[in-house]
Design a protein around this ligand. Structure first.
Ligand SMILES: NC(=O)c1ccc[n+]([C@@H]2O[C@H](COP(=O)([O-])OP(=O)(O)OC[C@H]3O[C@@H](n4cnc5c(N)ncnc54)[C@H](OP(=O)(O)O)[C@@H]3O)[C@@H](O)[C@H]2O)c1
Length: 292
């Protein structure tokens, strides 16, 4: 298929690469052109100067940028993808952003006779590189069925969850669950150290039982080493919890723990941890102010 990919960051770059490897004709756009040039050295594809140029003639247009404002900048702003979105084309937004924006984009796509899917992902950098992402999709089922074969190039699990916005709402559930799990893990490790236990041995013992989690398996060791210079940035988690808290004010959900953890992440950010991995909640507890 003729496809476009807008945003070649940590996630978008490898995803676009999988589309090229699967044999699609990929036109890429990245705000910082040198990143697109790096991508094109490794993968077959052409570089476009604007999102509109990348989108012209594409049957599927994928995007993975930062937040709501960034998505607006590459879609609805002058030179944006929606200027050139072909009737019958489908715009697939892999960015984690708001359900409100998903509805706005869907209406704008419909006005051009095109389709739109909100399709945030989970699985992190390694999931993107290995083509093993989970994709949570909202929008019309017919559009999902058409876009699905291409998305299989980088997905291990692709789930259609309902009408427009459902993908973003599901991703909020994912982030709410992770926030509580990570704070629990950080407190457990902090307690183990304060109690004078060998924290590595404790993790080894409890990781086969009911306390086991993806975070424990993949982050406990680096947390105990105080290493946070990788992974999923605090900056993005703050955005994601903000989206969930905004949505909860609309739907009445009580997000007591997520609200608290969002405040903790603001403190980690103030501590200099904006680009640290989200497991850095332990750094907050271990800092002189956090030591209780
Ligand atoms: N990293 C993860 O583990 C992970 C996991 C799941 C979901 N996500 C979500 O996936 C999205 C992308 O994350 P990422 O880690 O790939 O981010 P990233 O590495 O920071 O890349 C962001 C991309 O968006 C582009 N961009 C940002 N603002 C823009 C704007 N105003 N106009 C045009 N392009 C813009 C950047 O272009 P430049 O190159 O010019 O800066 C870059 O290509 C986020 O919504 C994030 O929450 C990330």
């Amino acid at each position: 298929m003729n496809v476009a990919f807008l945003g070649l960051g940590v996630m978008g770059g490898p995803m676009a690469g999988h589309l090229a490897s699967a044999g699609h004709r990929v036109s890429v756009y990245n705000r910082t052109r040198s990143r697109a040039e790096d991508w094109a050295r490794e993968h077959a594809g052409s570089i476009a100067a604007t999102p509109a140029e990348a989108t012209r003639g594409a049957e599927l247009v994928f995007a993975c940028v930062g937040n709501d404002d960034d998505v607006r900048a590459i879609t609805l702003a002058p030179g944006g993808a929606f200027e050139a979105l072909e009737p019958q084309a489908i715009f697939v937004d892999h960015t984690t952003d708001s359900a409100t924006l998903a509805r706005e984009l869907d209406a704008a796509a419909r006005a051009r006779g095109a389709g739109c899917l909100d399709a945030p992902v989970s699985g992190g950098q390694s999931g993107a590189e290995q083509g093993r992402l989970t994709v949570m999709v909202g929008g019309e089922l017919a559009a999902f069925d058409r876009a699905r074969p291409a998305m299989e190039a980088y997905a291990r699990k692709l789930v259609h969850l309902g009408p427009t916005g459902s993908g973003q709402l599901a991703k909020m559930v994912n982030q709410i669950c992770i926030a509580g799990t990570l704070q629990g893990l950080a407190e457990g490790l902090h307690f183990a150290k304060q109690a004078g236990l060998d924290a590595h041995a404790v993790v080894d013992a409890i990781s086969q039982g009911a306390a086991q989690s993806w975070q424990m398996d993949n982050r406990a060791a680096t947390m105990l080493e105080g290493r946070y210079d990788f992974g999923f940035a605090v900056e993005w988690m703050r955005k994601d919890l903000g989206l969930a808290l905004d949505e909860s004010r609309r739907n009445g959900a009580k997000l007591e723990l997520a609200e608290l953890v969002a405040e903790f992440y603001a403190e980690v950010d103030a501590q200099g941890g904006r680009r640290w991995d989200t497991s850095s909640l332990l750094a907050r507890l271990s800092s002189p102010d956090g030591e209780r």
